[in-house]
Design a protein around this ligand. Structure first.
Ligand SMILES: Nc1ncnc2c1ncn2[C@@H]1O[C@H](COP(=O)(O)OP(=O)(O)OP(=O)(O)O)[C@@H](O)[C@H]1O
Length: 251
């Protein structure tokens, strides 16, 4: 493993009834980088992501976080180590306002009691930090709006805020731009760049122009295996990658 890799896999493999959806994958995610996992449909990206976030158990192989073998740990255990998956784990409470959602997430991190409805006084302790997080994700004006009433893109931004409230050192983003219109895509891309300061980000993403502009390093998967790895310029000029995408990367 390279010294600077924060998350790495060795021979990561998962087999579904004889079919290897992820097949001998070696990843090295370097500390402080934005790393994208891309590949054509069915390449194994989501499966690989689910292995890294412990939603699936590998048939064989190892996952290392800061050199420590975390292959056998559960999702909550890796979250405590600072690896947090956004958009699934950090689903927001629709009935709570944006501010309340971030406050609850802050409480979670501090390990405070969950019976937050009893003590308004305790909650206000978190107000300032919650408002700062809302500000960071561009939701300062939405603090008192219920999460369920936020427009889609803003809701995703709120999910990022609740994830950041856990103060992760590594953020795993599963298709952060999925289902977004132009304006939201631009806003979310800027947000990802913004929150990448002092953090490592791994994202599975289909939007290649955003992947190109955001990522320091890209791993291309195809048929469960690593096809290419490097900068966008490197992987997009790799003939095998072009072939796998049938020219799609240059479209
Ligand atoms: N639980 C499962 N049982 C059997 N096969 C599965 C299972 N999960 C995934 N697969 C198969 O593994 C392959 C990889 O799927 P995966 O969803 O990881 O690809 P992907 O790269 O994320 O694709 P997409 O871009 O379409 O989301 C596919 O052929 C899929 O059918």
């Amino acid at each position: 493993m390279r010294a600077e890799a924060i998350l790495a896999t060795r021979d990561l493999t998962i087999e579904f009834k004889g079919f290897k959806a992820v097949d001998g994958v070696n990843l090295n995610i370097e500390q402080g980088t934005i790393h994208a996992l891309i590949g054509p449909n069915g390449a194994g990206k989501t499966t690989c992501f689910n292995l890294l976030t412990k939603f699936l158990t590998p048939t064989k192989g190892t996952i290392l976080y800061k050199g420590r073998d975390i292959t056998a740990l559960k999702p909550a255990e890796i979250a405590r180590l600072g690896i947090v998956r956004s958009f699934q784990i950090s689903a927001v409470f629709a009935q709570f306002t944006a501010l309340e959602n971030v406050r609850v997430a802050l409480q979670r991190r501090r390990g405070d009691s969950f019976d937050f409805w009893r003590s308004e006084r305790v909650l206000t302790r978190y107000d300032r930090e919650a408002r700062e997080l809302l500000e960071a994700v561009g939701l300062a004006d939405y603090a008192s709006v219920r999460a369920g009433e936020l427009p889609y893109g803003r809701k995703r931004a709120l999910e990022v805020a609740t994830t950041l409230a856990l103060d992760p050192s590594m953020l795993l983003l599963d298709e952060p731009l999925a289902g977004m219109g132009h304006e939201d895509v631009d806003r979310m891309a800027a947000l990802i760049r913004h929150v990448s300061t002092n953090r490592t980000i791994l994202m599975v993403e289909h939007n290649l122009s955003v992947v190109a502009s955001l990522s320091d390093r890209i791993t291309v998967l195809a048929r469960g295996k690593v096809l290419a790895e490097g900068s966008y310029a490197t992987v997009s000029s790799d003939e095998r990658v072009v072939e796998a995408y049938m020219g799609g990367m240059h479209a």
